[in-house]
Design a protein around this ligand. Structure first.
Ligand code: NAD
Length: 457
């Protein structure tokens, strides 16, 4: 798409938004319903595309991509009428007899940019929120999950007119062109460096942004925990989608006293999940491309206690656990975003907390402990987007919880009602009748300061 085509698309979407058609409850519900039926019709093709892009099993494809969208559609559609209602709030005494109301209003034309790791869900879940809030939308899928991008394009083209909702495909060049345009909101999911590029471009137009980024999400294991269950839940969350999950546990902090037992339990869990050879398991995914494969393969070093084998032609990296990792090791530099799990040993919980607190706020944090005091310390003393106590990943699967990072791992959040809020502007209005016009606020103020102090003090 040339810049001219882009400008023409933008201008069509602006005109369409200006007609006001996207604002009514009926229109919004109708679009959500249409999206639901097209996704249903393409269900099989989505699963096939995810298999081709990421070697994803049908179970993982359905659970983490398609099912999540259905849940978002159901929750949002059934609550939308209520959420759209203007909300009355109290009015200060000094402004009586006025009334105060908050009106949720659409932003206008919004841009949604998605990454490749959950290519379908991370583009369409924000879209559900954008539609529910009454916006027009330009969608930019990841060029790296190319099969998924093709299906997404078909779904959107078959469901919506381009002046309402359109897909722009491409990579850095096309996204840069999109970012030169003025949108009313930009919703970006991706890496921290590109998040900065997006925010810089948005600053040119003072466009508000939601940034769903990444980072190194720690997983703290306490000495008092159910080791077998802990191992299973960590292994599942880490190796789901071959470790290419923004909220996957990036590294483990484990006390020496239980480390060997935990490693043995992790091995047993992985064997149960993927058998003797994970390469032939239908449930174990693949790395997205050779660039990411090379990046990950170069990080495998040190005391590998599980896995470590890899095959570039097949983009396969075995579930790999590396023991005795130090903070200065390469595995601890950046987000791993692949099936490599470093284990760091800690002496005291204070030491484990200090390691997490010294690093940028992560997107997620996990703790495994049967002690309520330790669980509470993680919630209250560590700064991170969201997480789980005694589990991994599942907080992202709930449409009732806001999902987002904190500081460097992201700005803003979404899912369910929070998506509606993210894609709406809260317009505050004070309505004042003509009949009473108290002279209090008008000059000359004379000695009214005393009265003002009485009313507002
Ligand atoms: P990415 O930042 O490389 O790409 C994301 C999107 O930005 C893609 O659509 C891509 O085409 C575009 N893009 C890439 N480079 C660009 C540039 N220079 N200028 C403009 N646009 C550009 O991210 P990725 O590799 O697709 O995804 C992996 C990252 O995303 C990880 O860091 C992961 O943690 C993060 N992530 C976050 C979430 C979340 O919900 N917080 C979810 C999934 C992934």
């Amino acid at each position: 798409m040339t810049q001219l085509d882009l400008q023409s698309l933008m201008s069509k979407q602006r005109s369409y938004f200006a007609t006001g058609k996207t604002r009514s409850l009926e229109f919004r519900l109708e679009q959500l319903k249409k999206l639901h039926s097209t996704i249903k019709a393409f269900d099989g093709e989505i699963v096939t595309a995810l298999k081709k892009d990421l070697g994803r099993s049908e179970f993982e494809a359905y659970g983490s991509e398609i099912g999540i969208i259905y849940e978002e559609l159901d929750l949002i559609s059934s609550n939308l009428a209520n959420w759209m209602q203007p909300q009355s709030v109290p009015t200060p005494l000094a402004y009586q007899p006025s009334s105060s109301t908050i009106y949720p209003q659409p932003h206008g034309v919004v841009l949604i940019i998605a990454p490749w790791n959950y290519p379908f869900q991370l583009l369409l879940a924000p879209l559900v929120g954008a539609i529910a809030a009454g916006n027009c939308c330009v969608l930019k899928p990841s060029e790296l999950a190319s099969e998924s991008a093709k299906i997404i394009t078909k779904i959107i083209e078959q469901t919506f007119a381009p002046e309402y909702c359109a897909v722009v495909n491409g990579g850095v060049e096309e996204t840069s062109a999109l970012l030169r345009e003025r949108f009313d909101h930009i919703f970006f999911t991706g890496s921290i460096p590109v998040g900065k590029v997006v925010m810089r471009a948005a600053a040119e137009h003072l466009t508000p942004v939601t940034l769903e980024l990444g980072g190194k999400s720690p997983c703290i294991v306490d000495s008092e925990t159910d080791i077998k269950v802990t191992a299973r839940r960590i292994a599942w969350g880490k190796f789901f989608n071959c470790g290419q999950t923004c909220v996957a546990p990036d590294y483990l902090l484990v006390p020496k006293s239980i480390k060997q037992e935990l490693i043995t339990a992790l091995k047993a869990a992985l064997h149960k999940f993927y058998g003797d050879n994970p390469q032939s398991s239908p449930d174990y995914g693949r790395i997205i491309n050779q660039r990411h494969f090379d990046r990950l393969a170069s990080m495998i070093s040190g005391k590998v206690v599980v896995g470590g084998d890899h095959n570039r032609d097949q983009l396969y990296i075995a579930p790999t656990i590396v023991d005795d990792v130090k903070l200065s090791d390469k595995l601890m530099d950046d987000e791993i975003f692949g099936p490599l799990l470093p284990i760091l040993e800690y002496e005291t919980l204070d030491e484990a907390f200090a390691i997490v607190n010294q690093r940028p706020n992560p997107l997620a944090c996990y703790v495994f402990s049967s002690r309520k005091s330790v669980q509470d310390r993680v919630v209250n003393e560590l700064s991170f987007g969201g997480g789980c106590i005694n589990d991994t990943l599942v907080h992202v699967g709930s449409a009732h919880l806001p999902f987002g990072g904190k500081g460097p791992s992201g700005i803003g959040n979404y899912h369910g009602h929070y998506s509606f809020l993210t894609f709406s502007h809260q317009k505050s209005i004070v309505r004042t009748p003509f009949m009473v016009d108290l002279p209090l606020k008008y000059p000359p103020y004379n000695k009214r300061v005393k009265l003002a102090r009485l009313l507002i003090g």
